[in-house]
Each structure stands twice: as structure tokens, then as C-alpha cells.
Design a protein around this ligand. Structure first.
Ligand SMILES: Cc1cc2nc3c(=O)[nH]c(=O)nc-3n(C[C@H](O)[C@H](O)[C@H](O)COP(=O)(O)OP(=O)(O)OC[C@H]3O[C@@H](n4cnc5c(N)ncnc54)[C@H](O)[C@@H]3O)c2cc1C
Length: 505
């Protein structure tokens, strides 16, 4: 049948995904399409999702967002990595810092030289060779010094912590200023075209219809259009990522800001700590088969850095993803498309990728199945890459203190992840699959941090004399140490450059 030319885009949902999509499309489509966002004040947004990874800076840059204004508007802080406590073994602590370890090298990775010396007891921990991690350990922060490309100060890589509600509000302002129309109302019905099953309109309480040719489902876990209407199906990953509930609670700030998210493993999951300017976001992610909600709440409340500022709130979820991110004329972005639990802060990144891939596959005069298939392949890869990296943390556990960790240690894992672990175990080798989200330094830090030990190192390391290697390592370590010394603390940096207005609690 003849297809109408695409003119009207309808976004359903005004959480982080909805407003990121609205802002991204308002920017990318340059006012040539009508964009309408429908949201209901009666249906709350998820209200969590406050830690990000560095790719968010690219999204903000494309949108032309000024960093200082953004941090102030969202009560934001800067993030250099994630600290993992009690992962591996009880009492263990390591940081997954963003950015490079040592220096970018050609065939033999820097960490391979470190590995040789470290295995021989001649080099300290990996944390001494990452500017991000070394800064985290002293609560220091400075953004990348672009005029110093050869210094570790030019290699700092940061992301953000921010208030999710304020972030959506900020993007709403951005999107509305660029022509996005917001419609308030609860969607009660969806009109589907008989001929091909495409969505034609959503119908609000009271009967108002919002029609369009392309629908973006950002309605959260409920997947109002992608599942409720189109019955697309869900790929369940809970056998690999068994946590299914989170209890979230904000608490009062600590005196010193930390430039990292903290994840502390508990007996049936883990607890997050996200420092913002006006409060700390906390949550306990756990598996309800192994722990009750009451117990999880009690553990969370016993482990806060300050007074709780609200009632603890449960959020239930099932890890996995929609079988097709794009089905007919509907694309699911955000929680409606899937959820990998928040251990490595990947969800907002996946929203970004959903928007970027949509723009590069944007249907102009119709819906070509080849475009849809390609989009779905690419989004599938994005999810699987993030998923496997998160599963690694659960699998690489030596803890035997609870049935939950026993399950995780013994579970079967995806083949490619098993291969990566085996490869690292032999000669410490890590390879990046295609455009995989997490690069080598991330894999190395988590595998090493959780006690996966290579039997040896890349033999090409031996082509260079030991003295020379030791000198090289010492120099890199020394320069990083000097750089961290001159950095301000994160608290001082924020105070001097982007302190937000005090918020009423
Ligand atoms: C416990 C937990 C912790 C997380 N932590 C992180 C993190 O640290 N970092 C990270 O990147 N991500 C994190 N995430 C994921 C992140 O929160 C989400 O990806 C992000 O908030 C996007 O949510 P959303 O917009 O898809 O859905 P929601 O926030 O649920 O928004 C759904 C929207 O749809 C609207 N809606 C629904 N039904 C209707 C209807 N019938 N009519 C009209 N409107 C409707 C609602 O009003 C709302 O506006 C976390 C998620 C969870 C569950």
C-alpha cells in the first residue's frame, strides 16, 4: 500500500528517555518534522537513573549544552569512575576508572608491561597508572586539560551524577524551546491501522487524539505501545542478571564530594551511592528470591551516609530487552526497550544510542524493513555488549557467604563472555568486539579487580629489557602522582565553578 510521507513524530512518555529523545530529535531534525511528546502527570517517572558514563558528554555536546549551566541546573557532580566494594571477596575494593591505563600503545598494551612487573612483585596496583583512578582515591577532580594532550591531565575522562527529575526538566526546556509540543494527558487507547497494524494515534482520557506516522515509546517498563499494543515480546535475561528489585532512598550529603559512584556488594545484590550537590542518591538492588524487601530496606537504611530524606521506595524490574526495539512504526527507547540493571550506569547511554541510531535510520517516505532490521541488529548489539560486561561482575565473584553469590559464581554465562574470561586468564589478553561500549581498560580493571588472574603476560613484553620497562612504569606512575597533587578536590572544584542554588529539601 502507498505510505504517507512522514511528518508527525509522537513521543509517548516524559521521563529521562522521553525528554532525551525529544531534545535529540529537536536538534537532529532541525524543525522539519512536527514532534509531540505526550506525558501524564498522573503516572510518575521512575525517578532514578542518576549516574552516567562519559558518552553522555557527546550527547550534551551535540545538543550544544554548556557544561557549567548543565551541572548547576541538575545539582550535578562529576564522575571519574565506579568504586566496587566487597566485589571479588569481602573486604576487596577496586575502582573502575574511565579512560586509559598508562598510555595508548600500539601492539602491546601498557597494562601488559605492568602485568609482567606486577606478577614479579616489582610494580604496585593498577590504580597507580590511571589518572582517573588515582584522582578518585584522593577525591580530586579537574576536567580534561585539552591544551596538555601529552599529560595525564589531558587524558582525564569524566561523566556526571545528576538529579534525574531536574535532568528531564532541563531537557524539556531545551526541547520546547526548539519546537517540541508537550501534551499532558493519560493515554487510554491506541488506534491501530487494520491494513498493516501500524499505530495511527494515541487517545487520551477525555477522547483527544494525538496522531502521527512514527511513534517513540518512552513509556517506561510498561511499554505501552511496543508491548501493550504491538505485543513485541521480551527476551528475559534474569538467569544471568537475577536482581529484580531496587529500594531507592535519598539521604543528606556528606561533607566531601566523591568523584565516583560507589557500588557495595551485599549478600543478595548491591547498594549504590551517587553523590549530588544537594543530596546523595542511594539504592539497594537485590534478588527477591534470596532476600525480602523488608530486609533489603533495613540493610539500605543501616548503610547511609546521612539522614534519609524520603521514604524508601521499591522499584521492580525484569532484566532483558524487547525482542525488537523497532516494530512496525514504533521504536522503544529507554525502559520500554529493555533494562540491564544499573551496576555500570549503562541505561542512559542506551537511550542515547537508541536516539543516535534512530537518526541514522530515520524513515523519510516510508518504513523499509531493511532499515528496521538494521536498527534492531545494532540495538541488539548495544544491549548485549553492556549486558555481558555487567554479568562479568556477578560471575567473577569468589564470595561464598550467601546462596545468591553461590548461584552467580556457578551460573552458565554467555559464550562470548566466557571466551573473554578464558582469554584474559591465559595471557591477560583483552580485545574489543566491534564498537563495543566498554574498551580494554574497563575489562582489565574489572577482571583484575575481581581476582581473575592471567597465568602470564604477552610474550612480546620480553622484547624490551626489564630495566627499561621498570623505568617506563615508574615514570608514568610518577607523572600521574604529580598531576593528582595539583588537582583541586571535587568539592572545591564544584564550589568554585558550578555550585548550584541551595534546594529546599
Ligand atoms: C533502580 C534503577 C536504578 C537506575 N539507575 C540508573 C543509573 O544510575 N544510570 C542510568 O543510566 N540509568 C539508570 N537507571 C535507568 C534509568 O532510570 C532509565 O533508563 C531512565 O530513567 C529512563 O526511564 P524512562 O524514561 O524510560 O521511563 P520512566 O521514567 O518510567 O518514564 C515513563 C513516562 O511515560 C509516561 N507514561 C506512562 N504511561 C503513560 C500513559 N498511559 N499515558 C501518558 N503517559 C504515560 C509517564 O508519565 C512517564 O513520563 C536505573 C533504573 C532503575 C530501575
Amino acid at each position: 500500500m502507498e505510505q504517507k510521507k512522514l511528518k508527525d513524530v509522537v513521543i509517548v512518555g516524559g521521563g529521562t528517555a522521553g525528554w532525551m529523545t525529544a531534545a535529540g530529535l529537536a536538534n537532529g531534525l532541525k524543525g522539519k518534522y512536527n514532534i509531540t511528546l505526550v506525558e501524564s502527570d498522573l503516572i510518575a517517572t521512575i525517578g532514578v537513573g542518576e549516574a552516567t558514563i562519559p558518552s553522555i558528554r557527546r550527547f550534551n555536546d551535540i545538543l550544544g549544552i554548556d557544561e557549567t549551566e548543565f551541572i548547576r541546573a541538575t545539582q550535578g557532580t562529576f564522575k571519574l569512575g565506579i568504586e566496587f566494594v566487597n566485589w571479588g571477596r569481602l573486604g576487596d575494593r577496586y575502582i573502575h576508572g574511565f579512560g586509559v591505563i598508562g598510555q595508548e600503545t600500539w601492539t602491546v598494551d601498557f597494562y601488559q608491561y605492568w602485568l609482567k612487573q606486577h606478577l614479579a612483585g616489582k610494580a604496585p596496583g593498577l590504580d597507580h597508572y590511571s589518572i582517573n583512578t588515582a584522582a578518585c582515591l584522593q577525591n580530586k577532580f579537574i576536567p580534561t586539560q585539552r591544551d596538555m594532550p601529552n599529560s595525564p591531565l589531558g587524558q582525564i575522562v569524566h561523566a556526571y551524577h545528576f538529579d534525574a527529575g531536574l535532568y528531564a526538566k532541563y531537557l524539556r526546556k531545551y526541547a520546547e524551546a526548539r519546537g517540541v509540543a508537550r501534551v499532558e494527558g493519560k493515554i487510554e487507547d491506541v488506534v491501530v491501522r487494520d491494513a498493516d497494524g501500524h499505530i495511527e494515534a494515541v487517545v487520551l482520557e477525555g477522547g483527544r487524539k494525538v496522531a502521527g506516522e512514527l511513534f517513540i515509546d518512552c513509556s517506561g517498563f510498561r511499554g505501552l505501545l511496543i508491548e501493550g499494543t504491538l505485543k513485541t515480546g521480551y527476551e528475559d535475561w534474569s538467569h544471568w542478571l537475577p536482581c529484580d528489585t531496587a529500594i531507592a532512598v535519598p539521604c543528606a550529603s556528606a561533607p566531601e564530594l566523591t568523584p565516583y559512584t560507589r557500588s557495595t556488594a551485599r549478600s543478595a545484590g548491591w547498594q549504590w551511592r551517587i553523590p549530588l550537590q544537594h543530596r546523595i542518591g542511594n539504592g539497594h538492588v537485590f534478588c527477591s528470591k534470596f532476600m525480602s524487601e523488608d530486609e533489603a530496606t533495613a540493610i539500605l537504611l543501616q548503610n547511609l551516609d546521612g539522614e534519609p530524606l524520603a521514604e524508601p521506595r521499591p522499584v521492580r524490574f525484569k532484566t532483558g530487552k524487547r525482542k525488537q526495539a523497532w516494530n512496525k512504526n514504533c521504536i522503544s527507547i529507554g525502559l520500554s526497550g529493555g533494562f540491564i540493571e544499573p551496576l555500570e550506569s549503562t541505561s542512559i547511554h542506551l537511550i542515547q544510542e537508541g536516539i543516535a541510531h534512530l537518526l541514522s535510520h530515520f524513515p523519510s517516505a516510508g518504513f523499509e524493513q531493511a532499515d528496521i532490521n538494521q536498527y534492531n541488529r545494532m540495538m541488539n548489539d548495544e544491549y548485549v555488549w553492556a549486558r555481558d560486561f555487567v554479568i562479568l561482575h556477578y560471575k567473577a565473584m569468589e564470595r561464598t557467604d550467601s546462596p545468591f553469590w553461590k548461584y552467580c559464581r556457578e551460573m552458565e554465562i554467555p559464550e562470548l563472555l566466557q571466551h573473554k574470561i578464558d582469554l584474559f586468564r591465559s595471557n591477560g589478553r583483552v580485545f574489543r568486539e566491534g564498537n563495543e561500549l566498554f574498551a580494554k581498560p574497563s575489562w582489565v580493571q574489572v577482571m583484575w579487580g575481581q581476582r581473575i588472574r592471567p597465568q602470564s603476560y604477552n610474550p612480546l613484553v620480553d622484547l624490551i629489557g626489564e630495566e627499561e620497562i621498570q623505568g617506563y612504569l615508574d615514570e608514568v606512575e610518577g607523572v600521574i602522582k604529580e598531576c593528582v597533587k595539583v588537582m583541586p578536590t571535587l568539592s572545591a572544584y564544584v564550589q568554585a565553578n558550578c555550585a548550584a542554588d541551595k534546594m529546599p529539601m
